[in-house]
Design a protein around this ligand. Structure first.
Ligand code: FPP
Length: 286
């Protein structure tokens, strides 16, 4: 076990982001009241480890040590808990023990955030998919387990989460490079299109960079088609509506990113996109 003071004894790393800053609803009204505290426990933990990985003042080694400590708390190997961030891991541990949701849905996230902390490059599409396997897919798996859904839903949920993660990378590609020196645009696709990381820093996307975006959006379209089967596989009515809404948001964001330039301004969801998603949710009622 690592020495407590040396790992937690640094300044707060919180980005100040909360649930309302997220693209996709984490604590939607469609979630049953009984499950909401568990979703919030998962969300708070995910926010803390994301903030650790994205912190601009910690070294890579310090980030990894903190992520490791979070894992130890989560798995009940480390006590006592005094820091707020460690508390989020302790709370999620209690929640997972109570609900029986597998611990992998929480520990898998650490794999991606350790990669982020190390600055592991994204060399290919397969790399990107593998990153999403750990950064986003566990979120969907967590929700499915929590709602008691069947394993037949997993593949469509993975497709949805991978799509959402790549859409998020496209939205933030400039900010990620500027603030975190991180590029999730696969190096091989960039090279094939003749695009460079400098293109990501411009005020608008070059034709070469646009080709990279379009290639990724073609792949996201395929993921969205698989994701569209999810609501039909989900048994719980309210959760089915939530899934349909999120599939709708992924579809709309994909369309918007085809037409708009994420370098010229943030391509954020608008009221009309939310209305579209609400319509999809209502259609999933029956
Ligand atoms: C089964 C089911 C309903 C699955 C959907 C689960 C879900 C909402 C996954 C999203 C994962 C993801 C890419 C988060 C980033 O959100 P963000 O764009 O807010 O990230 P950021 O704040 O880090 O930029």
């Amino acid at each position: 076990m690592t020495d407590t003071a040396s790992v937690w004894g640094r300044d707060d790393v919180s980005s100040g982001k909360g649930a309302s800053d997220e693209n996709f609803p984490v604590g939607s009204i469609l979630l049953s009241k009984a499950l909401r505290p568990h979703v919030h426990a998962y969300y708070d933990y995910a926010r803390v480890i994301d903030d650790i990985a994205d912190c601009e003042t910690l070294s890579a080694d310090e980030k990894i040590a903190r992520l490791d400590a979070m894992e130890e708390v989560l798995l009940g190997k480390r006590e006592p808990i005094t820091r707020a961030d460690a508390l989020s891991a302790a709370k999620l541990r209690a929640s997972l023990l109570k609900t029986g949701v597998p611990f992998e849905t929480a520990t898998d996230l650490l794999v991606a955030f350790r990669d982020d902390s190390r600055g592991t490059p994204c060399t290919s599409w397969d790399d990107l998919v593998q990153y999403c396997r750990y950064s986003a897919n566990p979120v969907g798996r967590f929700l499915l387990h929590l709602h008691g859904e069947v394993p037949e839903t997993f593949a469509a949920s993975d497709a949805l989460c991978t799509s959402l993660q790549i859409l998020n990378h496209l939205q933030d590609c400039q900010k990620d490079l500027q603030r975190l020196n991180r590029c999730y645009m696969p190096e091989d696709l960039m090279a094939q299109a003749g695009a460079t990381q400098d293109d990501l820093l411009a005020g608008r996307a070059s034709p070469n960079l646009r080709r990279v975006f379009n290639t990724l959006l073609d792949k996201v379209d395929a993921l969205n088609r698989e994701a569209a089967t999810l609501p039909g596989l989900v048994r719980g009515r309210r959760f089915r509506m939530e899934c349909a809404a999120i599939v709708g948001l992924a579809h709309r964001l994909t369309q918007r990113l085809r037409r708009e330039d994420p370098l010229a301004g943030r391509v954020a969801l608008k009221r009309t996109d939310i209305m579209y998603a609400a319509g999809a949710a209502l259609r999933a009622w029956s």
